[in-house]
Design a binder for this molecule. Structure first.
Ligand code: GTP
Length: 111
């Protein structure tokens, strides 16, 4: 889907970027995709929520280690957008209340 994401950028008022936290083999490609999205001019000031999802699954790498591999702190420091990071499980619902709270906080007055 990555190649067509840009066609939605113009109407985008918030960005949710989901990382599969149960699959460390995707870290580098996810990181490249995230950096590509963050550097897109139409998205320069949209609020960004990065979700490390599937935290209910066992994984040989902790979410903290994945964030470190992602260089999340450097990305957050350098990005023009406000970036929030949450850990979620769409399977068991962990963190979803925080996602809704973020959506309300960023969009509550616009819809
Ligand atoms: N255990 C678990 N499974 C999940 C979670 N979120 C999605 N899935 C499952 O992961 C599978 C793929 O769903 P998605 O992640 O929505 O789809 P996708 O991103 O196209 O697929 P993947 O790249 O394989 O993750 C489905 O079977 C979902 O039910 C989660 O938080 N925990």
């Amino acid at each position: 889907m990555g190649p067509i994401w840009h066609s939605y950028y113009g109407e985008c008022s918030a960005l949710l970027f989901v990382v599969d936290a149960a699959d460390p083999t995707q870290v580098s490609s996810s990181c490249v995709q995230l950096l590509s999205v963050l550097s897109a001019a139409p998205l320069a000031s949209v609020p960004v929520l990065v979700l490390f999802n599937k935290i209910d699954l066992p994984c040989y790498m902790s979410v903290m280690e994945m964030k470190s591999l992602f260089h999340m702190q450097d990305i957050v420091s350098c990005a023009t957008q406000p970036i929030t990071i949450l850990e979620t499980s769409a399977r068991d619902g962990t963190g979803l209340a925080d996602v809704l709270q973020w959506l309300r906080a960023t969009h509550g007055d616009n819809n």
